[in-house]
Design a protein around this ligand. Sequence first.
Ligand code: FES
Length: 221
Amino acid sequence: MSEAERFSVPRWQSGQPAELRVLDVDVEGPVLSDEARRVAERIASKYPTRRSAMIPLLYLVQAEVGWVPRRGMREVADVLGLTTAEVEAVATFYTMLKLHPCGRYIVSICTNPSCALLGARRLYERARELLGESAERVSEDGLFTLEEEECLAACDQAPVVAVNFLFYDRVSEEQLESMIEEIRQGRPPAASRGGIPGELKDISRVLAGLGTDRAAEVEDG
Ligand code: FES
């Protein structure tokens, strides 16, 4: 066995391959508007230590752009008085922060052992057939990003699929097909444990600790 083969990690063991998670792409120009900067300051002021606001501010960037470009990490570092390397170290660790352009709905299929034993690999391949290969970055209609996910800690409900971080339990191929169709029609189905997934920007705003009402945020600030 060659050195390269010895150290290559089979895709099914690695979840989302690094080359799909991190791309050498960025955006030009500021990503946080003056309004978003005011919101960022308001978020940061809620914490006794400004660095503790790092993850909410990264979600704020994701809410503004739809993903987290390096330019956004630099701006978060600037707001918090940190180095860009400190922010990058956090942003590259958390997989809910997306480091490349994404569709409006992230379809994450767990392919770890419990789910794999109950057909997750076939689900993933079926999703890829339905959404097209480009969906592993962004589907041609801009609606979907398809990704393999590591264990979602819901193994007793395998196979598990998440759409914008809300879980669907014991998903069959037929259910997957109808979920995708309903999202295409603008009616995402209710998740198994409640909630209807919003678009990635809206969900990211909530994860930043904000509501979805931008006007109220500015007034609140
Ligand atoms: S293996 Fe899929 S949720 Fe744990």
